[in-house]
Design a protein around this ligand. Sequence first.
Ligand SMILES: C[S@@+](CC[C@H](N)C(=O)[O-])C[C@H]1O[C@@H](n2cnc3c(N)ncnc32)[C@H](O)[C@@H]1O
Length: 369
Amino acid sequence: MSLTKAQSEGITMSSGGLYSLATKGAKLVIDAATPLVTEAIESLPDSCMADGFTLSDMGCADAGTSLSMISSAIDTVFRRAPGIPVSIVYTDQPRNDFNALFTNVHGLGPFDTYLDERKNIFPLVSATSFYRQILPAGSLNLGFSATAMHWLSNKVCNITNHVQAVGAEGSELKAFRKQASSDWRQILMHRASELKPGGKLVLINFGTDDQGRYLGNTGGINMFDTFNQIWLSFLDQGRITRDEYENMTLPQYYKSVDEFSAPLVDPDEAVYQAGLRLDHIDTRIVKCPFAEDFKQHGDAEKFAAEYIPTIRSWNESIFHNALSDERSLEQRREIIEDYYNTYQTMVRESPEGHAMDYVHAYMVISKVS
Ligand SMILES: C[S@@+](CC[C@H](N)C(=O)[O-])C[C@H]1O[C@@H](n2cnc3c(N)ncnc32)[C@H](O)[C@@H]1O
């Protein structure tokens, strides 16, 4: 089988360029990482700036959220090595909406592109998963990824009491933890092959911070518990079956700082032996832009109408695929529509505490030269 199970289960972001329009927060997360990217480029050894420069954006979706960061990265490369050919390799899964990506990168959509007024920039695209080697050995100067590597290669089991590993218990939690641990090492081993000696990775991943906070759980209403509560109410009302309830298991895991760091700091680890070292890790919270706006405008209807699409942009495909194939497409769409309408009504009627604050680990990793 050439696709991983998670891929074959159809994890896709919203298409038609909606992803970047709906996910203002994801762009803020990347903007916050831009100084790490430019500092990483500034500190690369001279040998890394000699021939062409290759930057990969792994799990790029429609590329709209990283356009500004890449523009700053190119400026930094040119400051060090004026006019050097720069390849920007966009990578995502085969079912990603690459048409939307071309539209954004070539400036045919709503965003400005770094291609304007710059020469010797070569945007390239690969539909190869980050669970495989994407680039030839020793060819990558800087690997970047944001908000993508929490997707596991495999839904290791259904979670019987929740929709995400944050609510899993016992052997189910253990299975997810184990899968996440081996997936992380697999991702890093492939990057170790791709990087030039002295090359760097800037990886911005959803994680759990030292206070146990994670996406949508920073003190207010727990977003994943809300997903689960509504899905469970559909089961209780007989709208979905037990199998469909359990099938809605997000193949994701939010690692702690220790879990992220372990393969990069322990000399017995294969990743360490392959030459990767942890230069920097910190965790940061980027506030939910829609909840922040709501604090200013106070319009609950507007907040609910903006907030639900940002959630929908990344989890709709999983809810959809959890429903039985025996249902007609129309029936499945109706259930999904109802699901998000229920959520939107809940937020509209009682908006306080809802927020999808982002919690990320920001990492810089280098390959020994
Ligand atoms: C939330 S989006 C993030 C997009 C963009 N990097 C950002 O920060 O706005 C996650 C992306 O990761 C991609 N993804 C998930 N698993 C992947 C894999 N194994 N290989 C490559 N991309 C993957 C998804 O298809 C999706 O486009």
